[in-house]
Design a protein around this ligand. Structure first.
Ligand SMILES: Nc1ncnc2c1ncn2[C@@H]1O[C@H](COP(=O)(O)OP(=O)(O)OP(=O)(O)O)[C@@H](O)[C@H]1O
Ligand SMILES: [Mg+2]
Length: 265
């Protein structure tokens, strides 16, 4: 898709209506290359057409979410209304973490920073992270994407034998870089269990580095849920990745301390 700028904008600065129409056509973001995506966005901005920009954001919201990598392929839905404090023996603690997640989501409607949710298994980290993202999509029109880190690692495993997985990983990487709010779910599981932490394989580190680096400093937010602590991460990952993904600001961390596993299986 090559569009020559000079033929696109007339001498009066108005956009050729035929081309405007083309821009407004529903293009599936999922099928665009990096170059096409950037070019389309630039053209729309240049066109200054609010409606076109709105359409573009809608396409981006749909396209990014569609590329989510769910644990076991299972989509998770959760909102703040679903957060039931009585599930925990320590009701106050459950209320406290719920309120903090809500307050941070509220701030993220107009700001961008990373958030980390620390805690043991089954305490509700993924649920609250998804509630935050859902609020940001519904109330601030942000594009969101959920990626299970373990599932991403297994896609990387398959890329050597499956051509379509290689292609999928390229598409996922593009969305990971572009999406407004990203959830890296269960970050650290790829580094092994508590007693046997190991260095994460190079292809995973390289992949995440490219993503983390591209998201830093921009108008992006990355939310992380994890069972690990900072010492574990130092053993698993290059510090360049960690410093770009994990916030150092205590106000942006949520600790699910002394909460019990409420997963029903
Ligand atoms: N306070 C709560 N109110 C309602 N449902 C909850 C609550 N806490 C947890 N759950 C439910 O319990 C299950 C486990 O929660 P979740 O997956 O969010 O835990 P997690 O901390 O992410 O665990 P893991 O570390 O194993 O990924 C989910 O089905 C979730 O919806
Ligand atoms: Mg989880």
């Amino acid at each position: 898709m090559v569009i020559i700028m000079s033929s696109f904008v007339s001498a009066f600065g108005a956009v050729n209506p035929k081309i405007m129409q083309k821009l407004k056509e529903k293009v599936d973001f999922a099928d665009m290359t990096d170059e096409e995506f950037k070019k389309k966005h630039a053209l729309m901005k240049q066109a200054g057409d609010a409606k076109a920009n709105e359409e573009f954001q809608k396409t981006k919201i749909r396209g990014c979410y569609k590329k989510s990598v769910w644990s076991g392929g299972q989509e998770i839905k959760f909102t703040f209304d679903d957060w039931d404090v009585s599930k925990q023996a320590d009701v106050d603690r459950a209320r406290e973490v719920g309120n903090k997640a809500y307050k941070l989501a509220q701030e993220l409607k107009t700001d961008n920073f990373n958030v980390t949710l620390y805690g043991n298994s089954g305490v509700g980290k993924t649920s609250l992270a998804i509630a935050m993202m859902t609020k940001l999509r519904n109330e601030a029109n942000k594009s969101i994407m959920v990626v299970s880190t373990a599932e991403l690692a297994s896609l990387l495993d398959n890329k050597y034998t499956q051509d379509d997985t290689r292609e999928r990983l390229i598409n996922i990487e593009r969305a990971l870089k572009e999406v407004d709010v990203l959830l890296l779910d269960d970050f650290g599981t790829e580094g092994g269990s508590l007693r046997s932490i190991k260095v994460v394989r190079k292809d995973m580190q390289d992949y995440l580095y490219r993503v983390a680096n591209s998201r830093v400093g921009g108008d992006k937010t990355t939310i992380i849920t994890t069972n690990n602590n900072d010492e574990d991460f130092e053993l698993m990952y290059n510090t360049k990745i960690i410093s770009r993904l994990l916030t150092k600001n205590k106000d942006h961390m949520i600790f699910f301390k002394d909460m019990k596993d409420v997963r029903e299986i």
